[in-house]
Design a protein around this ligand. Structure first.
Ligand SMILES: Cc1cc2nc3c(=O)[nH]c(=O)nc-3n(C[C@H](O)[C@H](O)[C@H](O)COP(=O)(O)OP(=O)(O)OC[C@H]3O[C@@H](n4cnc5c(N)ncnc54)[C@H](O)[C@@H]3O)c2cc1C
Length: 211
């Protein structure tokens, strides 16, 4: 990436890392350098970074836990946004009867959410136990087993339109989770425009006594 004054300002303003080997951010520990890399900790920080990057036409790639990524030795051009710090705690809302919603952001680890569910006596997520990565990655990949995918549990999602940088909520009926491949492949019109910012309201169908 050409070191223009604009890019230098972007690096300084957002404290971006440069020429970062992606091997450090993928489960396979392989992959060449990302030109620029950020790990925003808040949605506000992310939005400001994306706005500034868009002004400079810097391409953006999102990475969660890097558990489903194989990055070539050539690396990734533009900005890589690693989402693993985008988390603000897991919350639970009680609904009618024994139903609950569990709300978290995209950077939350799936394993942390499974532990949270177990600690609070929630059922429904058992098939996710042992699957590495973040909630954002899990939703994009519809992570799960041969018989269950995380999409079954998603009640709604907040996403960001990369063109307008507006945030929208998608309801369950707006989403078609594929049994193979990523959600982006199933809805190709979103592929270049949308990202997962936050996963909200995972639904557990039963609540038993906490252990
Ligand atoms: C040992 C091992 C066991 C596994 N077992 C299973 C299994 O049993 N079942 C299963 O389904 N999978 C399994 N996987 C694959 C992997 O764990 C899942 O695909 C997981 O959901 C990937 O999450 P991640 O956060 O690592 O996503 P990443 O690998 O970082 O990203 C995957 C895709 O999602 C996109 N993405 C990630 N986060 C965001 C975001 N917030 N916004 C926009 N796009 C985003 C990335 O750009 C990329 O295209 C396994 C992997 C390993 C290494």
């Amino acid at each position: 990436m050409k070191p223009t004054p604009g890019i230098s300002e972007l690096i300084q303003a957002f404290n971006l890392k440069t020429d970062v080997p992606m091997a450090a951010y993928t489960r396979l520990n392989v992959g060449g350098p990302a030109d620029l890399l950020a790990q925003p900790g808040t949605r506000q920080e992310l939005v400001q970074l994306l706005k500034a990057s868009r002004k400079l036409s810097v391409p953006v790639t999102f990475v969660g836990g890097g558990c489903n990524l194989l990055v070539s030795d050539q690396g990734i051009r533009g900005l890589v946004v690693v989402t693993t710090k985008l988390k603000s705690g897991i919350r639970m809302q009680n609904l009618a009867g024994k139903r609950v919603r569990v709300i978290m952001e995209a950077g939350e680890r799936l394993s942390t959410v499974c532990t949270y569910a177990a600690r609070h006596g929630l059922t429904g997520l058992e098939f996710c136990a042992g699957i590495p990565g973040t909630m954002g990655g899990a939703v994009v990949m519809n992570a799960g087993t041969a018989s269950h995918g995380i999409g079954e549990l998603v009640h709604n999602l907040e996403i960001m339109d990369l063109k307008s940088l507006d945030i929208h909520t998608l309801e369950k009926q707006d989403l078609v989770f594929p049994t193979a491949g990523s959600l982006w492949k199933a809805r190709s019109s979103w592929a270049s425009h949308w990202i997962w910012l936050r996963v909200t309201r995972m639904k557990s169908n039963r609540q038993s006594t906490p252990f």
